[in-house]
Design a binder for this molecule. Sequence first.
Ligand code: HAM
Length: 476
Amino acid sequence: MKKSSLGKPAKNVKPARVLPVKKGTEAPVAGTEGEAPEIKGARRGAKTPATLRGMKDILPKEEVYWTLMRRTAENLARAYGYNYIETPIVEEAGLFLRTLGKGTDVVDKEMYIFEGDEGAKICLRPEPTASIARAFIIHGMHSWPQPVKVWTMGPMFRHDRPQAGRYRQFHQFGCEVLGERDPSIDAELIVMAYNYLRDLHIPVQVAMNSIGNLEDRERYIVELVGYLRGKRSYLSEESKKRLHRNPLRVLDSKEEQDRVVVEEAPQIIDWLSDASRQYFMKVLEYLDELEVPYVLQPTLVRGLDYYSDTVFELLADVPAEDPHAGLALGGGGRYDGLVEQLGGRPTPGAGFGIGLERTMLFLKRQAEQDPARFHDSVSPLFFAQLGEQARRRALYLIEQLRRVGIVVYHNVAKSSLKAQLELAHKYGVSHALILGQKEVQDGTIIIRDMDSGIQEIIDEKKVEVEVRKLLAKDRG
Ligand code: HAM
């Protein structure tokens, strides 16, 4: 059997659809189209491959944000009784083509599709919900205690036009509840998404709508298409196309000229069946009860086709002049037909996804205003040594400290004390432990306060106790 993998592109793996790549370049270049990327560390004239457009390295200076976002997600998920799930990044393309819907941007334009084994179409997942529904079926989760509540975190891929807060590889934190349909579940998910961003001190507005069941939607679409046809000449070119392919998407248009037409369009909420209307009212009542502020947004239909009834988004609540005003940090809703659509038993489901790069935009802003909250130094200590004997002892002592959970920065490859102390300054540590030939012979070690330069000699046996005192003082 032929084998292929994305990590090691095999000869027999051809892209099923050729994604736009600049002519004459092996790898697409970073930055804005037409702009030569500036590569700071490259030698003059040397060709260093850039990251692909819309893809980013996560650098050590961002570790503090990722750790915070992950820890907050873990704590929240645990508090609400969700268990972790992780599905593969590479999936059969049909999983998404079938469920997200023709006429949606993700399916029509943004999927990374490749040819896998024996011509099968495989893709990089654009979102996690369809994969989790697949996992629900193939692992027989219908026989687990219901509902099944899971959370996930990881990279997603959409070949969209990159701009601020929009990447081709991005990360989501998401929660899904499968196997039960009740307005209290929808409300709990909305509260969780809201609390996640509130815990991270990010002000958001919850936008709510209901798109009813399939029949409600079909009746509404007939009405909407009739209305939009009458206004066709006022619509943007993109919306004219959407009118045929997926008319609900016209409601999502960001074009100014469409907005006027959309404002006066019939509203889906008026076409809901009694059951869907009552269900939605209950969700709103629970949100009132839980004191989650929301606004009703009749044009909110979401960009994926698997939704039914409740849909919601979490929008950045910042002044209108802010470049990120109204940016969607997260979104979700109910998808009662998804599991069945994938060949499973009828199983209701609901969930949300939060974009972590967008969340990080706001965390970085907070860090500018309050750097202390994001102090990311792993260790307030540096271990410096001088001379071969001291280097050996230093390696031993660093290992002993590590075993009891104390991390120290060091570079034992360096022999100059000056160079090591310069490094300690660059790390911004508060104290350095210094070990020379004399200290090794005396069984002592020096602790240096990096700000004042004051040094103290201590018994080497007391190093752990003394270091713990310093750590406790540093934590305030
Ligand atoms: P979505 O609205 O497509 O929903 O994505 C959720 C969030 O991911 C968005 O609100 C946004 O913050 C972030 N996001 C989406 N595309 C990009 C991008 N190109 N660059 C950066 N961030 C992006 C879903 O994916 C659904 N699976 C959510 C869900 C879960 N519904 C039910 N369960």
